[in-house]
Design a protein around this ligand. Sequence first.
Ligand code: SAH
Length: 328
Amino acid sequence: MLEDIIKAQIKAQGPIDIGAYMMLALGHPQHGYYMKKDPFGAQGDFTTAPEISQMFGEVLAAWIADVWFKVGQPEKWALLECGPGRGTLMADILRTFKAIGVVLPTPYLLEISPVLKAMQQERIAGGVWIDQLDKIPADLPLIVIGNEFLDALPFKQLQKVDDIWMERVVALDQGDALCFGLRPYHGKAPNVHAADGMIFETAPARESFVREVNARAAASLFIDYGHLEAGTGDTFQALYKHEYVDVLTHIGDADLTSHVDFSVLEGRKTEQGAFLKALGIEARAEVLRAKAPVEIDAALHRLTADDQMGKLFKVIGYTNEDIQLAGF
Ligand code: SAH
């Protein structure tokens, strides 16, 4: 069992940081959460925007098409999706490109899970699966997207104790149960005002990944839950069958994420509801409503309403080109 493996590792080598714990829980080759099952949908642990409605992918396709037009409609180009899940978003985007006359890109997919990769392979014709950004030919114009990908990348939690920043780690208690502990932190102290006991999260791996993407791509678009302003607080969460559970339980069976701190990422930022509306999701819903009015209205509400995904989810767009990005 993964819990035993993690305990044995802590016994042998000492407490592990939260990023390492997350990497094991999600990505352990045999028992990791993403390695063994399809986590989405009603039967799974959570539902994501592309699984709610095709409108999400259609609107993202419009955003990508706009960038593609503005950079001169290259005949050969690449579209990379990070963490494509069931492949629904990419399939919806490629279908929309065909409908609106955008030259199809080579779809590149960055995916850690063999189970999900197999599902994606059935749905994405001509896809190329990669494990690193530099596998994409350097001369191909590239646009990068990712929905609920950044939240799955490892992060750290720092905690202020007696005016000193310590790092939260996963350790073993007297009875050999997993627990949180603290160890000295030697990295850069965060530049936030925090009262004693406050937790501050930082995600160097996430930040460097986004920097690497933005150094290479003509434009990028990431969508995730998180905050636009820097802040303190514990956002480490585990989701199991649509319920929140203790992050140190259901190891390998629950999805682990943290909120994305968009304030440290460079780009244009907005809320998902505002972004989807600016790109015309309501007009699209109007057209689709004729076929399935109840479903379309429910999906539109879930994706855009303030008390649904509309405000909690944020969108960040970045470009290296001298162009205006739609929707911000
Ligand atoms: N974008 C999809 C899935 C979101 S879940 C949707 O919106 O439905 C997160 C996705 O990222 C999954 O496909 C998961 O397998 C993948 N993933 C998580 N960590 C990853 C990593 N380190 N490298 C590559 N893919 C990863």
